[in-house]
Design a protein around this ligand. Sequence first.
Ligand code: COI
Length: 360
Amino acid sequence: MWENLDVTLKKAGQDQLKKKPAQDELGFGKHFTDHMFLMKWDKQNGWHDAEICPYHQFQVDPAAMVFHYGQAIFEGMKAYKGEDGQIFLFRPKDNFERMNVSATRLCMPRLPVDKVFKALKALVYLEREWVPSGDGATLYIRPTMIAMEPTLGVKPSSLYYFYIIMSPVGAYYPEGFNPTKIYITDKYVRAVEGGVGNVKTAGNYAASLLASQEAKDAGYTQVLWLDACERKYIEEVGTSNIFFRIKDTVITPPLHGSILGGITRDSVIKLVNHWDISIEERKISIDEVVSASQDGSLQEVFGTGTAAVISPVGELFYKGEKYIINNGQTGALSHRLFEELQGIQYGRKEDPFKWTLRVG
Ligand code: COI
């Protein structure tokens, strides 16, 4: 497995190995595996010093640019343990390609995709005992790039770290696959076209916290964002893309520059097309959703994301009114998509799109 890899392997000693959490202690992103991947970038050497090493803390200068000007990008992907103990990754190269889109937008160095993909496979193989088994349990993988140059002038950093850490996780939302309650905000906005809403940068999540907190205080799981100009068109949910089924058509907002192009979103579009169900990527206003709810044609709403998988919505809250969807129950299409996607990801179902990759 290690041959031909330009990556140094430094294995953790017996005394550095951690106790693996039990299935009911997983939560989301609370435990981390014994090893990580790390490589560094500077102008002279490009990417260098690539290593798989024990999970460790960094010594970071307080002036490091990531703390001041926010050059921080990340990805989220998962490793799945199949019934026979085989480990699968789902569309991992798409995540690294998307990270390169984020890197370009944030003036950060692009990743050598094939190299980091090989390193990821080696890391996941090394940590295969950490991939949890059990319904919905996965090894969540967090590739991250941060600016490390210690200076206070505003400019692109000349030093970066790229690292991959991994965490055994259960469901992202406490609701699991049960319907969530979503708060539609017209007080705050997430992103504008031409901004950074279409890339996965840390600041987008920092900027979402106040609205999410207010939604949680009002008893809701997450926020649904409207467009920043007219506060009229649906954008995305805090941690996922969003889909509506109105009559027999599935509708999702188009990728026009302020929405993150989710890999699960893309997979859902491809599956729905494959099933010959009508699907439209188009602008959809909150008024259209409200009137579909009122006339009974709003059949289902669901979010899609790596962490959230398929996350059915049972209630929308907008301007003081509650809109109950499908009697607060998971809809048939959400259910079918969840089963199909998880089936492919865990290697239980045929994979017509060749999305999954076996590790080891
Ligand atoms: C993901 O779905 O992987 C995400 O990155 C969303 C969130 C947990 C930040």
